[in-house]
Design a protein. Structure first.
Length: 85
């Protein structure tokens, strides 16, 4: 069984594997994954520190995968659970 935080991280990462024209904001990801925005914000920041996501600030900022989705495994996301504690 995985923690709720790990589940939220997986939901976000899986959602970000879909091709998009621009990085997605925390609000967009939260709405599409049905994860509370305030909680998701912390999860996304942790995934960024882990090198799984890249973030862009400014007006059209947001989050995207730091590497190609076909080279990212679920285990890589879950193994960073220590960042969520």
């Amino acid at each position: 069984m995985i923690s709720q935080t790990a589940e939220y991280a997986l939901r976000a990462v899986v959602h970000l594997t879909a091709p998009t024209e621009k990085p997605l904001t925390t609000q967009e990801i939260a709405a599409r994954t049905q994860v509370p925005e305030s909680y998701l914000s912390k999860v996304l920041q942790s995934l960024g520190r882990a090198g799984i996501l890249s973030s862009q600030r400014r007006l059209h900022g947001g989050f995207s995968l730091a590497k190609k989705s076909d080279s990212l495994t679920l285990l890589e996301v879950i193994k960073w659970k220590h960042l969520f504690q």
